[in-house]
Design a protein around this ligand. Structure first.
Ligand SMILES: Nc1ncnc2c1ncn2[C@@H]1O[C@H](COP(=O)(O)OP(=O)(O)O)[C@@H](O)[C@H]1O
Ligand SMILES: [Mg+2]
Length: 229
C-alpha cells in the first residue's frame, strides 16, 4: 500500500462519508491515521478550512479527554494541512459488536467515562457504541470530531440520551440492566445532584420525540401520542 503522510499504510480499517482510517506502521508498531476526506462539492479552500478545523477540534478534544481521566487513543501527531490525526491503535472490539451480556458488564465503564468527560467540561457529541472500543477491561472513547466544550445539563443529557437510545436498539433484552449500570456509574462519578438532573433531562428529551410510548405512562387517557416537531 501507499505511504500516508510519510508512513507506510498496512491496510484501510474504515471508509466513511467524512473520513478514512488507516492502520499504519509507526516505528515498527501499529498506529491509526484518520484522514478527513476532501468533498468535491465544496469550494476547495473552504473545504480545506472545514477539514482542518474539524481535525484540530478532534485532536484538542482528545487531549482534553485524556486530561479528564478518560481513556482515548494516545495522540501521536496532528496535521492541520493534511487534515489528519495520527493516534495509537487500540486493539479491541467495537462496543456495538459485543453481546448484550458484555454490554451489561461494560455499562458501568461507559457511565464512568462519559461522566468524567462531562465533569472535565466537555461533551462527546456522538457517544454511540460504534465510537467506543473495548480493549480487555478498558473502554476507549474515539471519534471526538463533534465534541464541544460546555457544562450544560442539556448538552450532557444529549450525550447520555444518544448512548442509551442506541443501547436500546442494539441490546433490547439486556437494556434495562445496561441502563441501570450506566446510571449507577454516571451518578457515582458526577455526584447525585448533578447526575440526577442530567438523567431527569434525558427523560424529558425522550418525551420530546415524535412517537412517544412513554407518554402513555404520563397520560392515562392517551392511546398513543404523536408529537409534532
Ligand atoms: N485508534 C483507533 N484504534 C482502532 N480502531 C480505530 C481507531 N480509530 C478509529 N478506528 C476505527 O475506525 C472507525 C472509524 O473511526 P471514527 O473516528 O469513528 O471515524 P468517523 O468519524 O468516520 O466515524 C472506528 O469505528 C474504528 O473501527
Ligand atoms: Mg465514528
Amino acid at each position: 500500500m501507499d505511504k500516508i503522510l510519510g508512513l507506510r499504510a498496512i491496510c484501510r480499517l474504515f471508509l466513511g462519508a467524512e473520513a478514512a482510517v488507516y492502520l499504519v506502521d509507526f516505528f515498527g508498531g501499529k498506529a491509526v491515521m484518520k484522514l478527513r476526506l476532501a468533498k468535491t462539492y465544496r469550494v476547495p479552500e473552504l473545504d480545506h478550512r472545514i477539514r482542518s478545523l474539524r481535525t484540530v477540534n478532534e485532536a484538542r478534544a482528545m487531549w482534553r479527554a485524556t486530561q479528564s481521566g478518560v481513556k482515548v487513543p494516545a495522540l501521536l501527531a496532528v496535521s492541520r494541512k493534511g487534515a489528519a490525526i495520527l493516534m495509537a491503535y487500540v486493539d479491541g472490539v467495537k462496543l456495538s459488536n459485543v453481546t448484550g451480556d458484555v454490554a451489561e458488564q461494560t455499562s458501568q465503564l461507559v457511565g464512568e467515562s462519559i461522566a468524567k468527560l462531562h465533569l472535565g467540561g466537555a461533551v462527546h457529541g456522538d457517544a454511540v457504541p460504534t465510537n467506543m472500543i473495548l480493549s480487555g477491561r478498558e473502554l476507549f472513547l474515539i471519534d471526538f470530531g463533534l465534541s464541544e466544550s460546555g457544562y450544560s445539563i442539556e448538552q450532557r443529557a444529549v450525550d447520555v440520551n444518544l448512548f442509551l437510545r442506541f443501547a436500546k436498539l442494539t441490546w433490547e433484552t439486556s437494556y434495562s440492566k445496561i441502563e441501570a449500570g450506566f446510571r449507577d456509574a454516571y451518578l457515582g462519578e458526577m455526584g447525585n445532584t448533578d447526575g440526577s438532573r442530567v438523567m431527569q433531562r434525558v427523560s424529558e428529551i425522550r418525551l420530546r420525540g415524535r412517537y412517544v410510548p412513554e407518554r402513555k405512562l404520563h397520560d392515562n387517557n392517551a392511546e398513543v401520542t404523536y408529537v409534532e416537531s
